[in-house]
Design a protein around this ligand. Structure first.
Ligand code: BG6
Length: 494
């Protein structure tokens, strides 16, 4: 241990789980690899399993080798592994928290700051937070600059009521400034880049409004099906799993007003204004669908009506966006994995060129490619050489992989560093969580209680049901795909 720095301890509850294995430890290892964790860092895993430190390390080593093969280096791992220890404990047992506190003090050997990471089943959040409070672990020693923070994974509630209950329970123990609610989409480089694209440039913002934008589309399509998470997914469905958090966060980044600084509250104040300006979403502007085969998946209730895909249209009633439709869709078992945001611009007011009959005019499209081929594409019209008046759509493309060498870091790397650094700008505040549930709850209720609109079905590996296309077709629009190389296919539908 280096005497010159104050220990910072990350305490992971749920240390034997998949998230720790697949995401958290590989992200921490990569931060260590980049020299971003000090030797004064302790990483303590807590779970019920009777691991010794070395069993725990051996288990995590496999995860890093599997999920971070490019940076995995056995010699470096051994150094990193010396930061890792394991504490066997049961989250139902209050005395285990007192034992844990004692254990941490022994490990830290003096004043230390701490982050508690709840990588546990959401049903255990409230109890765990209460036990932390009762064991005196939530507040730093008075009169010091030491800190205590808590990171909470999604899902943050299953509806407004449960989210409020959870927020109240958390606030009874931690101050909001100590709470870091994770949405891993906010840690994705390309999601963060939305703010840079908009506010570190001057050319986009003047046209980023209802005067120039025809519509905005957000597609988060996954090719995987529900896999081994069928049980959880069947109780959640796509709105709770993807819209309340990831899609709405992307929407906020695209739609928000410029914050006055990159300070956490300045950013989050602007986001909440977006959520609060969204007009209640009409059930007739929603589509819900399930892929064929979902209901016969092990873990899914027979005859399940859980949607695995949704599409919806919404409006933001404010000065900038009045009247501009935002179309959002997300689903499992779709044709391709792609997350992209399309800004479709209006047609020119007058087209003076002779378009040949049946030639569809393609509007300008700015595509923010969140994943997997991260980048930005701008589609515009160009004259076809050696023709009198023919034009073709062409793409200007920026690809992260070409311009910035090296793989993009995983979202958890950034988020864990920010939590250590006390920067909450990429984490959700309690008011935003509740505002998003206020938008989602009436849709879930309409779907579940009134059965409106009816559930439809789609083939696995497709772009979803025809109803999702009709949502746009009835407005004279279509889903666009702007992130394909070379710019050829621009529709993803029937
Ligand atoms: C999670 C959802 O939050 O995000 C999963 O629970 C989903 O169902 C995942 O698969 C998608 O994340 P990514 O980073 O693969 O787009």
């Amino acid at each position: 241990m280096n005497d010159s720095c104050i220990p910072e301890t990350l305490v992971i509850f749920g240390a034997s789980g998949d998230l720790t294995w697949r995401k958290l430890i590989p992200a921490l290892y990569n931060n260590y690899h980049k020299g971003r964790l000090t030797e004064c860092t302790h990483i303590v895993g807590i779970a019920r399993r009777p691991y010794l430190d070395n069993d725990f390390r051996a288990h995590l080593k496999e995860g890093v080798a599997a999920f971070s093969p490019d940076t995995f280096d056995p010699a470096l791992w051994d150094k990193f592994a010396s930061l890792l220890t394991y504490f066997q404990g049961n989250l139902d047992v209050p005395a285990d928290f007192s034992r844990l506190e004692e254990y941490l003090r022994g490990l830290e050997g003096g004043p230390a700051s701490r982050v508690y990471y709840l990588a546990i089943a959401p049903e255990l959040y409230i109890e765990t937070v209460q036990h932390l409070g009762n064991a005196g672990m939530a507040k730093p020693p008075v009169g010091t600059s030491l800190w205590r923070r808590v990171i909470i994974e999604k899902p943050f509630g299953t509806d407004l009521e449960s989210a409020q209950e959870l927020n109240q329970a958390v606030h009874a123990v931690f101050d909001e400034s100590q709470v870091y609610r994770i949405d891993h989409y906010l840690g994705k480089e390309t999601a963060q880049n939305i703010l840079f694209l908009r506010f570190a440039n001057t050319i986009f913002e003047p046209v980023w409004n209802r005067r120039y934008v025809d519509n905005i589309q957000i597609t988060v399509a996954e090719s995987v099906d529900v896999g081994t998470r069928a049980g959880y997914y069947d109780t959640a469905g796509v709105l709770r799993d993807m819209f309340q958090n990831h899609l709405f966060q992307l929407l906020a980044m695209v739609a928000m007003e410029p914050p006055s600084s990159f300070n956490a509250d300045a950013v989050r104040n602007e986001k909440i204004k977006v959520f609060e300006s969204i007009r209640p979403i009409r059930l007739e502007d929603t589509v819900r669908a399930q892929y064929h085969g979902f209901a016969s998946t092990t873990g899914v209730a027979a005859g399940s009506q859980t949607p695995t895909l949704a599409a919806l249209k919404l409006f933001i009633d404010n000065w900038r966006w009045k009247g501009v439709p935002f179309y959002l869709r997300s689903g499992k078992a779709m044709a391709q994995k792609t997350s992209e945001i399309i800004i479709e611009f209006q047609r020119p007011p007058h087209i003076m060129f002779n378009l040949t009959e049946n030639t569809e005019f393609t509007p300008n499209i700015l595509s923010i490619c969140v994943q997997p081929d991260e980048g930005i594409h701008l589609r515009f019209e160009a004259k076809i050489p050696d023709s009198p008046q023919k034009m073709s759509s062409v793409d200007m493309e920026f690809h992260y992989r070409d311009f910035f060498q090296g793989a993009l870091p995983d979202a958890y790397e950034r988020l864990l560093l920010d939590a250590f650094a006390g920067d909450a700008s990429l984490f959700n505040r309690s008011d935003a969580i509740e505002a998003c549930w206020r938008l989602i709850d009436p849709i879930n209720k309409g779907w579940e209680q009134q059965g409106v609109p009816p559930l439809t079905y789609y083939e696995s590996r497709s772009w979803g049901p025809i109803e999702a296309d009709q949502l746009l077709i009835k407005d004279g629009r279509r889903w666009r795909m702007g992130c394909q190389d070379g710019g050829s296919p621009i529709y993803a539908s029937h």
